[in-house]
Design a protein. Structure first.
Length: 81
């Protein structure tokens, strides 16, 4: 799995206003900004991303994924501070 492949998988399954992915092929960090996170708690946001990745989360393709998830408004607010 490459960063580009993981980026494509997330963006194909989730409408993203902003998406950054970095990692070493097994351990990944993702910053995801999506309107799909509106009204969702942190655990629900992460579950949505996990659902998008499906079985890849249960194999060595994505061993670990650390996420920062924002709604567009939260992201805009974070950028101004």
């Amino acid at each position: 799995m490459t960063a580009e492949e993981l980026h494509a998988l997330i963006s194909a399954g989730l409408p993203c206003d902003h998406l950054e992915v970095a990692g070493d092929g097994r351990h990944w960090d993702a910053l995801i900004v999506s309107s799909a996170f509106e009204g969702k708690r942190l655990i629900q946001r992460h579950q949505r991303v996990y659902a998008t990745l499906g079985e890849r989360m249960h194999t060595d393709e994505v061993h670990a994924l650390s996420m920062k998830t924002f709604t567009p408004a939260e992201w805009a607010n974070a950028q101004n501070h």
